[in-house]
Structures are given as structure tokens and as C-alpha cells.
Design a protein around this ligand. Sequence first.
Ligand code: AMP
Length: 210
Amino acid sequence: MILILLGAPGSGKGTQAQVLCKKYTIPQISTGDMLRAAKKAGTLDPKYLAIMDAGGLVPDEAVIGLIDRRIDESDAAPGFLLDGFPRTVPQAEALGQLLANRNRKIDRVIQLDVPRAMIEERTIYRRTDKRSGQIYHLKYNPPPSDAELDHRADDQPEAVNKRLDAYEAMTAALLPYYEKMGLLRRVEGVGKPEEVTQRVFAALDIQAAK
Ligand code: AMP
């Protein structure tokens, strides 16, 4: 099962990705996580670091290279879920080529639709527990008192707005690209995480997990 999960930053993409990966026993491949890991390890090119912290997009060839290597790892043999990649049509084209070279193909592209005003609020209050990776919302899904909270640099209001602008510009081309291929399903991303999960499963034509 090869899935692409599309959704603006703060659309609930990370939460749904975790559920889907568990359901299919596939890894979540997130270029954002891979870039942040490289940043933490001190191996990220400083020019990419500046772009990331400002909420811009790193060059296509950088993320395509990461994906090219990652999908050959053994855990990706049964499939994988892409989160945060592709973000541009050239990335989508490169992905198609990488998969074709391996006789593989995308099964479905899911777009989580959430109104922009709601996303702004979600990201500004979003916190991650550094130890577990669990995502919380200070108002609607408060973390336990012993959580070690992290507020991502790119979740600050100015960077959020820049990322949302970039996301909207990106999907303007990416959604029609996958729609034409018949792979795209749009899912309403508003509501409780479990409700959204039911809709995602319906879009994948699978029965909800009990
Ligand atoms: P994310 O966690 O997916 O929002 O990614 C965090 C940041 O990493 C983005 O704001 C970009 O700077 C960079 N990034 C992640 N994935 C990509 C991608 N597919 N193309 C370009 N830049 C990316």
C-alpha cells in the first residue's frame, strides 16, 4: 500500500498518518521529519536550515534524494505513507519515476481539507512531547503535566502563515495533477480525529478498525 497524505500544516495529517501506518503496518515517510532529524544531527546543509526555519521549501532535488534512498529500506517493502512529500509537481513527477523504476505505484492520494482559519489556530497551539512524539493542542487536547513540550520554530504565527501560503500555492498544481490520474480523494478534515479517520478509511474503501 503506497499512500500520499496531503494536507496543510496543522490539518491533522500527522495524526491520521499514525493511524494509517498502524493499520497497514507501513512506515510513515515524512521529509519534514527527515530534515528535522538531519538538523538535529548537525548534518543539514546550513542553507536548507535557513529555508526551513523561515517556512520556505527546500530545493526539490534535496527531498527527492532523501525519498530515493528511504523507499529502498526494508521496512518500506510492504508499502509506505508519504507525509509532506511531494509538495511540487516536479517532486510528484520524480516520485512517479522512482516508483516506476521499481515496478511500484501509488495506490491513493488523500487530501485533508480544513479551513485556513482553523489551521492557524491549530498550529499556534500545537505542541509535541519531545520524548514520545505525541502531538497535543493546548486548548483541545492538552498534554499531561509531565510532558516535555516542544513548539516547533515553524509553528510560530509568521512562519505558519508563510507555510500556508506555500501550501496553497503548491496544491493549486498538485491536486489537479493527482486528480487527472484518478488517484485523489478529498476528505473533510474538520471534527474529532476519530471521525476524520472514519472518512479516510471510507476514502480508501476499507472497513474501519474495531
Ligand atoms: P513539514 O514538517 O512537512 O511541514 O516540513 C517542515 C519543513 O521542511 C518545510 O516547511 C520545508 O521547509 C521542509 N520540507 C519538508 N518536506 C519538503 C518537501 N517535500 N519539499 C520542500 N521542502 C520540504
